[in-house]
Design a protein around this ligand. Structure first.
Ligand code: CUA
Length: 343
């Protein structure tokens, strides 16, 4: 019995250590932004307080469990005996008082953290990004309020300059999704018909994983995205590049690839700026060649993967809306070459 309890204590401790150690590029306790910094602080306060409570409770329980009952067995336990009962009664009273104090203290700390997190909503955001949840990918739109022609669209990647307050306008196209980029902030639900806003600021340059955190159907687990926090210069370069219409293809194979794109089913759902296509069902592919991942950021963007994805996307994400496509080997190669050229 004693060893069993010890084993449980150790397991809990190791699990907590693992949780804390899984830093990497997707972790709520490895903050890279202002909001996640506050949340990380709160998380550790809760961890230490609850760990201390756990250890104390277990210690008291162990003492009560193993202590030999004192000699006075002459009074049955269900009969009052003030001298004997005074000790335990005081322990219970102290426990209740301490619990109340701890719960109220944690409540106040949480409240303070919530306030600190929301402070950004008071300053005018320097960057507004519209994020739309789809089954099962993220549509990202950089809006320019003065010049709508400067709007820029991409998918499954959010680039932000470090040290800049960013406002996300969140909306869902179908069911409830939840945006979660643990290194930056907590979760925020995207509810259909009810657009909402979300503020965050990245501190540390880097690439961080994010994902949908609300079960939204069959491929919920494959609804990921990346947050790229970079210097203002890098960000400006990236967004300027993204606004540009890719130059028209010049060699015969790439031209053939473009023509296949614009005249086949691709164009019904996808848009490539400058080709006259305007599908909004699937991701905007204007600069798809520059994205590190495809398929809701779950498949590395290589020519081989893209060819397999176009031919049979359901082998990777069963249930998605994109159909299977049967092209000849030459046509498929040309199409992939064209798409990869869209940097
Ligand atoms: Cu979208 Cu889960």
């Amino acid at each position: 019995m004693r060893y069993l309890r010890l084993a449980i204590v150790i397991k809990v401790f190791v699990a907590a250590l693992l949780l804390a150690a899984c830093g990497g590029n997707q972790s709520a306790v490895s903050p890279a932004g202002v909001q996640s910094g506050h949340l990380d602080h709160l998380w550790w306060i809760f961890f230490y307080v609850t760990a201390a409570v756990y250890v104390i409770v277990m210690a008291v329980l162990a003492v009560a469990f193993f202590r030999r009952r004192r000699a006075s067995n002459d009074t049955p336990p269900d009969q009052k005996q003030p001298a004997r009962d005074a000790g335990p009664e005081n322990v219970v009273k102290a426990g209740v008082a301490l619990t109340t104090v701890i719960v109220v203290a944690l409540l106040l700390v949480s409240f303070r953290t919530g306030k600190a997190i929301n402070q950004l909503s008071d300053v005018p955001p320097q960057l507004v990004i519209k994020v739309t949840g789809h089954q099962w990918w993220w549509e990202i739109e950089y809006q320019d309020e003065t010049y709508p022609t400067l709007n820029m669209m991409t998918a499954n990647e959010i680039h932000v300059p470090v040290g800049t307050p960013v406002k996300l306008q969140l909306q869902s196209n179908d069911v409830i999704h939840s945006l979660w980029m643990p290194n930056m902030h907590g979760k925020k639900d995207l509810i259909p018909i009810y657009p909402t806003t979300f503020y965050f600021q990245a501190d540390t340059p880097g690439t961080y994983w994010g994902q949908c955190a609300e079960f939204c159907g069959y491929q919920h687990a494959k609804m990921r995205f990346q947050v790229v926090a970079e210097s203002a210069d890098d960000f400006n370069r990236w967004i300027e590049g993204g606004r540009k219409t890719p130059p028209p293809p010049t060699d015969a194979e790439t031209i053939r690839g473009r023509d296949i794109f614009t005249t086949s089913v691709c164009a019904q759902c996808h848009t490539i700026q400058g080709t006259g296509t305007g599908g909004r069902v699937g991701p905007n592919l204007t600069h798809v060649g520059s994205r590190p991942f495809i398929a809701g950021a779950t498949l590395e963007n290589t020519p081989e993967n893209m060819a397999k994805w176009i031919t049979d996307p359901h082998q990777y994400k069963p249930g998605i809306r994109m159909p299977m496509n049967q092209y000849s080997d030459e046509d498929l190669a040309a199409l992939v070459k064209y798409l990869q050229s869209l940097k």
